[in-house]
Each structure stands twice: as C-alpha cells, then as structure tokens.
Ligand binder design. Structure first.
Ligand code: NAG
Ligand code: NAG
Ligand code: NAG
Ligand code: NAG
Ligand code: NAG
Length: 422
C-alpha cells in the first residue's frame, strides 16, 4: 500500500455550489469546494509541469517589471514575450516547445460563474499568477471538451477591443481578446472584471477532464494585461467582510476549499497561526526563515531567501545547488534532470520542515513522496526539486501547502499559515 499513490490518484468531482445572495448577507464569508485533477505522476509529468512553471515565472516576472518599472529579482531570465499584438505563432510552431501533456500534478480548481445569464466555468486556482483566462467560442479544437465563453450571448459583456499574446519562449502559449464581464465567485459579484478570452488554449489544460480556465489570485503587479485580478475586483467593490481568502488544499476528501471574504477557523489550529508580511507585492512572496531535514538545517538563514506561495506549482522548488545540498548523504538519492528520487522505503524520513515567522511547519511523509518513478519501481519521486535561474527564491507549492491552512490577506498584504485540523 502506497499512501502517496492513493493520494495522487485521488480524483473526485464536487457538485457545483452557487451560493445565493441571501447567503452572502447571512454569513461573513463563503466557501467553494475545490477539486483536484490527478492521476499517477511520472518523472515525465513532473518535467513537463516544471517546464510550464518555469515559463510562468518568466512571463509573470517580466510583467512585474513592465507594470512597476522596476525589475523583479526573478526578471532576468528567459526569452521575451509581447503584449497587445495579434498572434502569429501556433501551438505547433518551432522553438521552445512545452510538451502538450495532461497535467497530472497539482491542479486545484473550483467554479465561477460568468456573464448574464451566468454560465459556470471551472478554473484552476493559481496564487502564482494574476490573470483570468477562459476559452473563446472561436477557439476551435484547442478548447474541445471545455465550457467556452461566448461574449455575444452575455448581456453584460464588453469587448475592450484589445488583443493579447502570452509567449512561452518564442512560442505563443495563449492569445486572444480582452473583455469585461460580471464574474461571480462564491456568490460575490465582480462587476466589469477583465477577462482574457483565448483563441488558443493553455497546453496544460488540453485534457478534456482539465478545468475550463485559469484564475490568478496573486497581485495586479504581475498581470499580463495590467488589470485587476478577480479577487482585487471584489476587494475594490467593498462587498467582502474582509479582503482575505483562505485555502485548504487537503489530502483528505472533501476538505479542500477556497474561502472568500475571510478564513475558515474550523479547518485549522488557531494557536499555530503565524502571520508574515509580503515582502514584494506581486507574487505572494514572503521571507523563508529556514528549512530543515530531520532537525538538521538545510538552508543557511539569510534575509535574501524568499518564498513564493504558489498553488499552481506542485513541488517545493529551489535553485539546483540547494537541492544537491538537500539530498547529500541520502543513500540512493539521485537526480534525473534536476528531479530527485529517493528509495521508497526511506523517503518518508527526509521530508522537510519549513520555518516561517519563527514557527515550524513540517511537510508530511506522504505529501513529500510523489510515488514510484514508474510502476513497480523501488525509487520514489521526492517533492523538493531544483530549477535553474531562480536565485534565492523558493517556490512553495502543493507539497508544502497540503500540510497547512493558508490565509491570503490582500488588505494587509500578508500571509498566514496554520496547521490543518485533522
Ligand atoms: C525559438 O527559440 C529556439 C531556442 O531558443 C531557437 O532555436 C529557434 O530558432 C527559435 N525560433 C524562432 C522562429 O525564432
Ligand atoms: C490525457 O489523458 C487521458 C486519460 O489518461 C487520455 O485519454 C488523453 O489522450 C490524454 N491527452 C493528452 C493530450 O495527452
Ligand atoms: C454565441 O451566442 C450567440 C447569441 O446567443 C449565438 O447566436 C451564437 O450561435 C453563439 N455562438 C456559438 C459558437 O455558440
Ligand atoms: C469596441 O468596439 C465596439 C465596436 O466598434 C464598440 O461598440 C465598443 O464600445 C468598443 N469597446 C470599447 C471598450 O471601447
Ligand atoms: C462597468 O462598466 C460600465 C460600462 O463601461 C459602466 O457604465 C459601469 O459604471 C461600470 N460599473 C462598475 C461597477 O464599475
């Protein structure tokens, strides 16, 4: 019995819940259930996922520089992309191609409703980006199997007559046109929310069982089209009790949710709640105080170590040198293209503990172990990996986030972590 495999094959659908306006007034905050699309994870899946993650950080860190006029410490990497021009590329174009694959790792999604009359869409909840993307009815085959946004059938839609292109390397990843429309999240309405309606679809979402779109929950500073992200629009319209959202990405069935307008204290241990300020507003970027393995420090404490809290990344990602140091002295540990494997019978001993705001947050053995390299293998994929070009940044993804309740406080620009109530 491999608990991690059971976890990774967990795939359940939650019925759509649309809160009525009455609920909004009766409660302080509203939760929507989240689901996770997943199946067995292979090294190839992790590689494809990390390629996408790397491109996402290329694009979003460049957006930060463009939007704020000062470079982000992640900015000096990767090839250029262009805004405001029609796409000439295609998914089959040459160059830095991202493999067209089912994303089988880490895809948390929930439902939103868009337009008038409202149509429901499933969207990936991504705290590592800031834009809202939906597929267009004009998209043709690349959106097959997904709900598509039809601007002409929504009474509240407005065409901004602006096109956009997001390039991954020199290949067009998505392109399309900007609209505004009413977007409802957990019963709260974001009026005139900017939407990127894509003619080509994100390759990660090509699988017909993937969500219909992507909703970024980071700050406007990293937006590709310089518009308020969905949650910011809700904050700006003063409809929320608190300008806060809370996330539980639990390994337990039916315990994953996005809470809008507050946190859900019934899901975490309040005495472990630790609040840390966002250091650079763009990503959910905070100071990482330390990282240990079996009580042994694995990271020299430095005020340069920055953690980016990213629900759209499956693993804990650091520069390759740090990963090498982390797996040093672990018998049988080896790297395949920066992705580390450890013998399955001992991997559980080597899960990291992260320190934020002076509080220790252990990663469980089962979330650290992504399962055997291939069926029957005695080596398992480990949840901490190297990535070139990210300097002193640590991307803190699902492997960590499944162990905590996370509070994203937009009003006070801070992050709270608490241990999940079991
Ligand atoms: C795209 O980028 C790759 C790698 O950087 C390069 O080999 C290729 O020639 C580029 N293609 C175009 C059309 O610029
Ligand atoms: C995605 O996975 C499903 C089921 O495993 C498979 O039928 C489909 O062909 C895959 N699609 C791609 C693009 O790999
Ligand atoms: C979009 O909506 C319009 C108006 O309801 C309808 O006439 C048209 O057929 C729809 N387009 C598609 C591709 O469904
Ligand atoms: C976009 O163009 C259409 C048609 O010309 C026009 O009706 C609409 O008002 C324009 N939208 C904006 C935001 O200017
Ligand atoms: C939304 O946009 C429309 C058209 O530009 C405008 O009349 C309306 O006041 C806007 N509403 C809000 C809440 O911003």
């Amino acid at each position: 019995m491999r608990p991690s495999t059971a976890l990774l094959t967990l795939c359940y659908l939650v019925p759509l819940v649309v809160a009525s306006p009455l609920d909004v007034y009766q409660r302080n905050s509203i939760s929507i259930p989240l689901s996770r699309m997943s199946r067995d994870t292979t090294i190839e899946d992790v590689k494809a996922h990390l390629t996408t993650v790397s491109y996402k950080y290329d694009v979003t860190s460049r957006n930060y520089a463009l939007n704020t006029g000062s470079p982000h410490s992640l900015s000096n990497r990767g090839p250029p992309y262009k805004l405001g021009e029609r796409s000439t590329g295609s998914l089959t174009g040459d160059g830095n191609s991202v493999p067209l694959k089912n994303q089988s790792v880490n895809l948390w999604y929930g439902s939103i409703a868009v337009g008038e009359p409202p149509e429901s869409f499933t969207v990936q909840i991504d705290t590592g980006s800031a834009d809202l993307f939906l597929c267009s009815v004009r998209s043709g085959l690349s959106c097959a199997g997904h709900r598509e946004y039809n601007a002409t059938s929504s009474a509240t839609s407005l065409d901004l007559n602006t096109s956009f292109v997001v390039k991954y390397g020199n290949r067009t990843e998505v392109s399309g046109d900007e609209y505004t429309d009413v977007v409802e999240l957990a019963g709260y309405k974001a009026i005139n929310q900017t939407l990127a309606v894509t003619d080509t679809y994100y390759s990660d979402f090509a699988a017909s069982n993937a969500p219909d779109g992507l909703a970024g929950f980071a700050f406007q500073e990293i937006s590709s089209y310089g518009a308020a992200p969905l949650f910011q629009t809700l904050c700006d319209s003063h409809v929320l009790h608190k300008n806060v959202f809370g996330l539980s990405l639990s390994t337990q069935k039916d315990k994953s949710e996005l809470r809008v307008g507050g946190s859900n204290p019934s899901m975490y241990e309040p005495d472990t709640l630790t609040i840390v300020p966002v250091t650079v507003k763009g990503y959910w970027q905070i100071q990482l105080d330390g990282l240990s393995r079996n009580g042994e420090d694995m990271m020299v404490p430095t005020d340069k170590a920055q953690a980016i809290v990213d629900t759209g990344t499956a693993l804990i990602v650091t520069k390759p040198e740090n990963a090498v140091k982390y797996y040093e002295n672990i018998k049988g540990a080896r790297a395949v293209d920066e992705i580390w494997t450890v013998p399955c019978d001992t991997i559980g001993l080597f899960a990291p503990t992260l320190t934020f705001g002076g509080q220790l947050f252990p990663v469980s053995s089962s979330t650290f172990n992504l399962g055997p390299v291939h069926e029957g293998s005695t080596d398992c994929i480990a949840g901490l990996t190297g990535m070139p070009g990210i300097g002193e940044h640590w991307i803190i993804g699902d492997v960590f986030l499944q162990n905590v309740y996370t509070i994203f406080d937009v009003g006070n620009t801070e992050v709270g972590f608490a241990r999940l109530k079991l």
